[in-house]
Design a protein around this ligand. Structure first.
Ligand SMILES: [Zn+2]
Length: 367
């Protein structure tokens, strides 16, 4: 039943059960209400058990009505919810609930992320080691903010470096950027760098799309115009067949420096690319390509489990937010929590490197 990586992640357990309860509702408004309640619990900063008062009463929480509060009380008292299990039995479609539960494995709630980052006993990078973010989207593709607004938010988080990585022109569904728009964006980035001087460096990156054969939607000349090329899969994410060749081809591309959200999974919805990940990671390690831990709460891709395999294969890592607005830069903390759970040394994480080492790696990735 537990959706979490760690058994103590009560908020993830509750959110999962509320999603189950939503999934078996016949009426759309009820489905949405439980989904909203699940999202509210998943994004709480504190474990819900800590919010209960001395009489066992829950405080009023936005998005959480009486029926959801009952599920929460049941989980706190018994570890499960008889109400949810009865509703699933009554609806009769067990197989679909089992499928959805399997697609929520390895996801951390926000409260669990906060707990992991605050646990000084865990190895791996601390929040203060994370000096930059290498996946974020501006209004040049599907983000909401300007380049200058994102840069200001990065500086406010204490970053020394960051990369704007809008989608490339092949991904029209996400407002992919034409090369003319990329030239305009370059001027906006130059203005930011002129303003901040030596205190902060903004790179022009791009999130290139990996096609069915592992090729990118950028020519070599186009890719060479960016300072950082991420490659990421956005299609064929629900197939059962092996796609190792596709992913190996992508990480062998001479311009690619980061394999972003490697599986393309989405919580409760799809598992993403199926591949022999050891082979993909060993190829990435040989070519100096960093494997991304994408911190979007619905992605968490890689999570700690698969990241440990990449660590064993000798990979470098990128710990990124995949933010589409300045507020979402905090998603990097979700990725960082997985890096801590996987015991990835800060030295293997490109976001933790001094700027000169980072620029050197971008120029000559293979060691
Ligand atoms: Zn993407």
């Amino acid at each position: 039943m537990a959706d979490a990586d760690t058994p103590g992640d009560v908020n993830a357990v509750i959110a999962g059960l509320l999603r189950d309860l939503g999934a078996v509702q016949a009426m759309r408004p009820k489905r949405f209400a439980y989904r909203r309640a699940a999202a509210a619990v998943q994004s709480l900063e504190q474990s819900i058990g800590a919010l209960v008062d001395a009489n066992g009463a829950l405080p009023k929480m936005p998005g959480i009505g009486p029926a959801s509060a009952r599920v929460i009380r049941e989980v706190l008292e018994t570890g499960g919810s008889a109400t949810v299990e009865a509703a699933i039995d009554a609806a009769g479609d067990h197989a679909e609930i089992v499928r959805q539960r399997s697609l929520r494995q390895g996801f951390l709630s926000r409260a669990e992320v906060v707990r992991i980052l605050g646990d000084a006993g865990l190895p791996g990078p601390a929040l203060a080691d994370h000096r930059g973010d290498f996946q974020m989207h501006s209004e040049f593709s599907d983000g909401s903010a300007t380049v200058a607004e994102l840069a200001a938010a990065c500086v406010a988080r204490g970053y020394r470096v960051a990369a704007i990585t809008d989608h490339s022109h092949g991904l029209t569904i996400a407002g992919g950027m034409t090369m003319a728009e990329a030239a305009e964006q370059r001027r906006a980035i130059d203005r930011v760098n002129a303003e901040y001087g030596a205190t902060f460096r903004l790179l022009q990156g791009v999130e290139a799309n990996i096609d069915a054969d592992g090729r990118l939607d950028l020519t070599d000349d186009e890719a060479a115009q960016f300072e950082l090329v991420l490659a990421a899969p956005h299609s064929r994410l629900r197939r059962a067949e092996d796609q190792t060749t596709r992913m190996v081809t992508a990480v062998r591309h001479p311009h690619v420096r980061i394999l972003a959200h490697p599986r393309g999974r989405m919580a409760g919805v799809r598992g993403g690319v199926v591949a022999d990940w050891r082979q993909v990671f060993e190829t990435a390690a040989r070519h100096g390509v960093a494997i991304e831990l994408d911190g979007d709460p619905a992605r968490q891709d890689l999570d700690a489990g698969l990241a440990a395999l990449a660590l064993e294969a000798g990979c470098l890592f990128a710990v990124d937010s995949d933010a589409h607005s300045p507020e979402q830069l905090s998603y990097a903390e979700t990725a960082l929590a997985h890096a801590r759970l996987a015991s990835i040394p800060a030295d293997r994480i490109v976001n933790c490197w001094p700027l000169d080492r980072l620029l050197d790696w971008l120029a000559r990735p293979a060691r």
